[in-house]
Design a protein around this ligand. Structure first.
Ligand code: SER
Length: 597
């Protein structure tokens, strides 16, 4: 019997459950506790705090299937294997078993008749070769040998292939061992082996041994516990098990691509048409999951909403390339929902808003797409490149994400001045923010990196004042932050002495130098109070609040945005202080030598 993606999920979850792993729920695609990434990029991502030692409520052995999205892959979609949205099967040991048992479990799942029943003679593996940071992984080598994998099918590779780095710049990481299946295709040359990208060796699974923490200075320190993190891509592995040449051929995806072909009246797609069909299929699938997520996103011009908008607009443009004139996104989304509703009932529950958002975006973009494409054509007829102002014009007047302009330009062999576009964009943001006198919640003028840095510095200042002035009830009375400086008002009834000013600066700068991570956590107001987070607890807070912590130094209820690590801040300096009302003082401060200034 063919194992399709639904069956594969079931087998994986059953196997690990039988081996006493507890099933953890699929987390939202939009991470709940980590502001440093826009989307969950891997099954392990929601588990990072537990690799670091926090006890997991379900124990030390876990399994799940996780919705994932990789923004970096948007432009890779179109070949036979890339998807932006995919599901990942994962199993974990949090300080329980390590390499030997992980490899035994992997081998059993892949080769045992009850499970995937793959031919063990076609299995080969790679292990970490060792370098200055970590030793050659002989323990994994021994474990594979004892399962009967001969030496010529165990290959040692360097960090580039056999190391899982942290998500972001810091965090849990470690060597990995990858499992490959020989497809039987001829070798591409004498060097061909597992890890070679020619297609002969199909990558099945990755077991990562998270035993290190990469610090912000780039060093590796041993974690308190040794963890195992395994990840298997559902669609990718299903393509192999269903004997399909591409992920777009599997039972869970093919009907969507087939519908695109139908809508475009294509019966035998050319290679170029095939690429468009794949892009539309992938992007509509991802957009449907975004809109139908527990923490759903809507199309917009910032952050997650922008990625969603980019996907939708890209699908529309590639639709146009294969001759689709009519609206088609909701119809495809219905198919995505139908295929996935058993595993993701929320998609069906949210179907109306999914269709509504897709229709709105489709109507809006199609209105300007034609005109924008004509404008683009005129621009390139008159100039050998698209300058920043024109790229901004295409963005603002015709809704072209900069990536779309770049893509169109690349097709014509033309450059786009992206830096100038970004400057233009920021300049425009500042002007409109100033003219509307619109301030972000908490007194931020914009969300530039300078402003975010000063915002994080404000949290450090707030805590430093409480410590230096030995007055626990110091609270914020007002705050206003621009890209140039912060202004912070607080309850205090006299001027600070020069020594106190120096002590506050020193304490803040010490925290900056410690490269402390800035983390956001959502909790109830009661939990926030109990955790000791700062904040004026009044009615303005809803039931759940977000709390930003800077290392263990400060913790405050706040809507953000912040930088992700204090190492981004530069040197903190107080420029002025004055009394602005009875019992209220104001401090103005800046960050000097900030990177990028
Ligand atoms: N973190 C590894 C991966 O995503 C294993 O789960 O491949």
């Amino acid at each position: 019997m063919v194992i399709d993606s639904k069956k594969l999920r079931k087998l994986f979850l059953d196997f690990f459950s039988e081996n006493t792993h507890k099933l953890i729920p699929n987390s939202p695609l939009i991470p709940e506790y980590d502001p440093t990434v826009l989307f969950t990029p891997a099954g392990m991502h929601p588990l990072i705090p537990y690799f670091l030692g926090q006890p997991h409520p379900l124990g030390k052995k876990l399994v799940n299937v996780q919705k994932c999205f990789r923004t970096g892959d948007i432009e890779c979609v179109g070949d036979s294997s890339h998807l932006t949205f995919f599901e990942m099967l994962g199993s974990w040991s949090l300080g329980d078993y390590f390499k030997k048992e992980a490899i035994r479990l992997s081998y059993e799942f892949l080769t045992n008749k009850r499970w995937l029943n793959l031919d063990k003679n076609r299995l080969s593996v790679t292990v970490f070769a060792g370098d200055m940071d970590a030793p050659r992984d002989l323990e994994s080598y021994d474990a594979w040998s004892s399962q009967g994998i001969p030496d010529n099918r165990i290959v040692f590779l360097s960090k580039e292939d056999n190391w899982w780095g942290p998500v972001g710049n810091t965090g849990p990481c470690g060597p990995c061992t990858e499992m490959f299946y020989d497809t039987g295709k001829p070798a591409c040359g004498p060097e061909c082996g597992p890890g070679c990208g020619c297609g002969k060796f199909f990558e099945l699974w990755n077991d990562v041994f998270m035993e290190y923490n990469q610090t912000c200075s780039g060093d590796y320190e041993l974690l308190r516990q040794k963890n195992v993190d395994t990840g298997m891509g559902v669609e990718h592995t299903a393509a192999m098990l269903e004997d399909k040449k591409t992920v777009f051929g599997i039972a869970a995806i093919r009907p969507i691509a087939a519908r695109v072909e139908e809508i475009a009246s294509i019966t035998a797609p050319t290679a170029i048409q095939e690429k468009s069909i794949r892009i539309i299929t992938d992007h509509v699938r991802a957009a449907t999951f975004f809109l139908g997520d527990e923490r759903g996103v809507k199309p917009s011009n910032a952050d997650r909403g922008y990625v969603l908008r980019r996907l939708i607009r890209r699908a529309i443009r590639f639709g146009r390339l294969i001759g689709i004139e009519r609206d088609f996104l909701p119809e495809l989304a219905e198919l995505v929902i139908k295929i996935n509703e058993t595993e993701y009932p929320l998609l069906r529950e949210k179907q109306d808003s999914i269709f509504e958002e897709l229709t709105k975006e489709e109507t809006k973009f199609k209105r300007t797409l034609e005109k924008g494409l004509r404008k683009f054509q005129r621009l390139i007829e008159n100039s050998p490149k698209i300058d920043g102002k024109n790229a901004f014009l295409l963005f603002q007047s015709f809704g072209f994400p900069i990536e779309l302009t770049k893509e169109l330009a690349a097709e014509q062999g033309i450059q786009v001045d992206e830096q100038e576009f970004r400057n233009e964009y920021e300049r425009h943001q500042k002007v409109s923010a100033a003219s509307a006198k619109k301030l972000f919640k908490g007194g931020l003028s914009d969300a530039s990196s300078q402003t975010k840095s000063l915002h994080t510095a404000t949290h450090l200042l707030n805590e430093a004042l409480r410590i230096v002035l030995k007055k626990k009830d110091i609270v914020q009375r007002g705050s206003n932050i621009t890209p140039e400086r912060l202004r912070f008002d607080f309850n205090f009834d006299r001027a600070l002495t020069p020594e106190e000013i120096a002590a506050v600066e020193k304490l803040v700068n010490e925290q900056i130098q410690k490269c402390l991570p800035v983390k956001r956590t959502e909790m109830t107001v009661d939990e926030a109070k109990a955790s000791g987070a700062q904040g004026v607890f009044d009615d303005k807070y809803r039931d759940t609040v977000s709390v930003y912590s800077v290392g263990n130094f400060s913790s405050e209820i706040c809507g953000g945005p912040h930088v992700t690590n204090t190492s981004e801040l530069g040197i903190f300096k107080i420029k002025k202080q004055k009394g602005i009302a009875a019992g209220v003082r104001r401090i103005r401060a800046v960050l000097e030598h900030k990177k990028g200034n």
